[in-house]
Design a protein around this ligand. Structure first.
Ligand code: MN
Ligand code: MN
Length: 472
């Protein structure tokens, strides 16, 4: 036996394991099979609202009811304002002993249409739309790429019109045209990457045909608005209140010669939403002692505030409703105790080592593709500023749960100390007294139009969440 093999066999040293090297073929096949469902989910859930609606459909199929339904039993969910939701399978123990919670965020970086977006551009003679970006995007990525338009329009009579243009094969798509390299010397090349494309230049082209029945003034705008009116019954006034988002058009794809990866938009953090939802559903017949909760929050990419963000009272209210549903006191003391006794996985992505930029990581503590679900004891920036720092006892407990379930896992750190930083919803739930650790999939190209994940990590994250939720 070589020295290396001997050291490994002794079990005295930490060594993360590569799923594709060490797991049996049958597990590889399971991972590939699981990824198919994930790609469909990414295709059908391009926005927060679409994710909530899709998830509700799946829950209903599995006999979940809303928590306030008369028929509500042990599989329940609540949706709030169409943008945040929580779902639970009730355990046999009192809720005040604590729950097992997996919380992901379902908002993603994107580009909104402004409230009064349409304008006729003089120099180009085109109809365009003004935009406002949401979350941490690199603006240069959003130009010269096909975009689809999703969202809701609320008509004057209160009627809600769902919009989705650009996903079907025969739909038109939209584009924010970039400047040709031939003429970009002063406008772009002389500037820094962050400044080269100004937010005011992220205007989308909507059309160029005129309404021939009208005089020249506004006939450009009128032609497109008339089309929208025929198709959706809306007019320009309805844009004022609407929430319309531009997102990358098209489907998630397998990536690589070996097809071992998934490339697709919105994986931060819908990859953790999908894995936590399917983990809950895989525990349908588990008859757990502790109540299992999966929570989808909104607004994480802009600070988690607002009535649908993780800083809102929604999750606490959901737990209070569960207490009442189980016949327990929902007093503030009991609610507090329930949350303080709870264990939470803050299900969010981390940054995997990118072959083009290994230097931003300290490799010994960085996430690597194919080595399983990534646990981040802390996030934040600088000297752990603004972070949740999971307690050693809890970190050890989660590792124990993963090891018992044969889950491939690794410790993760976002980047080198002082290289940058980022946050999640972990600290918010930890502020309420729960034990919380960040735990999810390592991505390459996070926040880009097309984020990349490994099917090995996707599958092991599902397995990890499943084992955590059902753990007593
Ligand atoms: Mn995230
Ligand atoms: Mn993010």
């Amino acid at each position: 036996m070589t020295k290396k093999k001997e050291a490994k066999k002794s079990g005295l040293l930490y060594e993360r394991k590569n799923f594709f090297k060490e797991a049996p073929q049958s597990e590889h096949e399971e991972a590939f099979k699981y990824a198919k469902g994930f790609k469909t989910f990414l295709d059908e859930c391009k926005t927060v609202r679409e994710t909530v609606a899709w998830t509700e459909k799946v829950l209903k199929k599995h006999k979940f009811t809303t928590l306030d339904a008369k028929a509500a039993k042990d599989k329940v969910y609540t949706i709030f304002r169409g943008k945040t939701m929580a779902m639970a399978i009730l355990g046999s123990e009192p809720l005040s002993n604590g729950c097992n919670i997996v919380g992901a965020h379902i908002d993603t970086p994107r580009i909104y249409l402004k409230q009064n977006p349409l304008y006729e551009d003089g120099p180009s003679g085109m109809l365009c739309g003004r935009t406002h970006y949401y979350g941490g995007i690199k603006k240069y990525q959003w130009v010269s790429t096909p975009l689809s338009l999703h969202g809701v329009v609320i008509k004057a009579n209160g009627e809600i019109v769902d919009i989705s243009i650009g996903e079907k094969d025969d739909d038109p798509v939209f584009v924010i045209p970039d400047l040709l390299p031939h003429l970009a010397r002063k406008e772009q090349y002389s500037k820094s990457l962050g400044d080269a494309i100004d937010a005011s230049r992220l205007n989308v082209v909507f059309g160029g045909m005129h309404d021939l029945d009208k005089d020249e003034k506004h006939s450009l705008k009128l032609y497109c608005v008339k089309l929208l009116n025929e198709r959706y019954g809306i007019d320009e006034n309805d844009f004022i209140s609407a929430e319309l988002e531009l997102v990358p058009a098209g489907k998630a794809r397998d990536a690589g010669f070996d097809g071992s990866m998934v490339l697709g938009y919105g994986q931060d953090d819908r990859i953790c939403a999908y894995t936590s939802l399917t983990a809950l559903l895989a525990n349908l017949n588990a008859k757990p002692k502790r109540t299992m909760i999966v929570y989808f929050s909104d607004k994480e990419e802009v600070g988690s505030q607002g009535n649908t963000g993780a800083q809102s009272v929604f999750l606490q209210d959901f737990v209070a409703s569960l207490l009442r549903h189980k016949g327990e006191s929902d007093s503030s003391t009991n609610l507090r105790r329930t949350i303080m006794n709870s264990m939470v996985l803050s299900a969010d992505v981390s940054a995997a080592v990118n072959p083009n930029y290994p230097g931003v990581h300290e490799l010994q503590n960085a996430t690597l593709f194919n080595h399983g679900i990534a646990l981040s004891k802390f996030t934040g920036s600088g000297g752990k500023s603004g972070c949740n720092d999971a307690n050693a006892e809890f970190v050890a407990k989660v590792i124990r749960i993963f090891n018992q379930a044969g889950v491939y896992w690794q410790m993760a750190e976002l980047g080198k100390v002082d290289e940058g930083g980022g946050g999640t919803i972990a600290y918010i739930l930890a502020n309420q007294g729960a034990e919380v650790i960040d735990c999810g999939v390592g991505l390459m190209g996070m926040h880009s139009l097309y984020e990349l994940c490994s099917k090995a990590d996707l599958y092991n994250t599902f397995k990890g969440y499943k084992a955590f939720l059902v753990n007593n």
